[in-house]
Design a protein around this ligand. Structure first.
Ligand SMILES: Nc1ncnc2c1ncn2[C@@H]1O[C@H](COP(=O)(O)OP(=O)(O)OP(=O)(O)O)[C@@H](O)[C@H]1O
Length: 263
């Protein structure tokens, strides 16, 4: 569904090449987690993917078509972006915010119709947050706003969902709500999901594959093969243990950071 081939990117006036020959793919129905230390290039990658930054060479393809050959409306019908909910200043209600997600499908400049609002309400209801429809986004908690931003992304039935640390800044319950939604979307088998996260144990929980970015290169593979103590030492500079727990025939793993690795 989405394929990245030999992507190279460097900011102008910067010595450092952020990606060198980055290649990976995310199939339909799969979730990819992107992990890496602060400043390694996770957001830069998302900006390349969304077309806000131009990469030096390489290719990003959706359904075997280069995104550079797509019109903006063709691209935005396929791709939805869920930004972080922090530092938001939106004066819209939850319903209005969700209707905005339909913009690639409706003619520019026309007012949303009654059925657009009904569709938005239905989307909020599906996520169990219809009580936020009349609430001003400025007055929502981080978790509530994050859910509305997910509703805004899902309303247009995208094929690819790109989420930038959607569970950061949220309390444990709200983090779980977001993870549950991603898990549910993954199980529906209709989406390719790419999620930037700072939590390796979230990758365990929701991601079929993980891309671990580092200064000298990257690792891309099934999450269980990528998130291990050796890689956490090499890519994050920490000594850690992986703890696993089983309940109701489901297995859960988490990372226990022990101390800083001494080089
Ligand atoms: N406009 C820019 N010009 C030059 N360098 C930049 C620019 N934007 C970001 N960088 C640098 O590129 C590198 C990657 O930044 P990026 O924001 O992609 O990292 P990140 O992995 O998302 O970090 P974090 O986990 O802290 O959010 C950093 O060293 C950053 O300072």
């Amino acid at each position: 569904m989405i394929r990245v081939e030999n992507l190279n990117f460097q900011y102008p006036n910067s010595e450092r090449q952020i990606f060198k020959d980055l290649s990976f793919n995310v199939k339909k129905g799969e979730t990819l987690a992107i992990l890496g230390a602060n400043g390694i290039g996770k957001t830069t990658f998302v900006k390349c993917l969304l077309g806000f930054l131009e990469y030096k060479s390489g290719n990003i393809l959706i359904n075997d078509k280069s995104v550079k050959q797509m019109s903006a409306s063709e691209y935005w019908k396929l791709v939805a972006y869920v930004p972080q909910s922090k530092k938001s200043a939106f004066g819209f209600t939850g319903l209005e915010m969700t209707v905005m997600g339909l913009s690639p499908h409706v003619r520019m400049g026309r007012l949303p119709k009654k059925e657009d609002y009904e569709r938005a309400y239905e989307q909020l209801r599906k996520l169990g947050i219809e009580h936020l429809s009349e609430q001003n986004c400025n007055k929502m908690s981080g978790g509530e706003l994050q859910m509305v931003l997910i509703a805004r992304a899902l309303i247009k039935n995208p094929k690819i969902l790109i989420m930038d640390e959607p569970e950061s800044h949220l309390d444990l319950r709200n983090q779980l709500k977001i993870l549950n939604i991603v898990e549910e979307l993954n199980q529906q088998g209709e989406y390719s999901i790419i999620i930037n996260t700072h939590f390796p144990h979230h990758a365990f929980r929701i991601a079929n594959s993980t891309l671990l970015l580092g200064k000298e290169g990257y690792i891309f593979d099934e999450t269980e093969k990528v998130v291990n103590t050796d890689n956490l030492r090499n890519y994050f500079g920490i000594n850690s243990e992986i703890l696993s727990y089983e309940q109701a025939e489901k297995s859960y793993s988490t990372i226990l950071p022990i101390d800083l690795h001494k080089y």
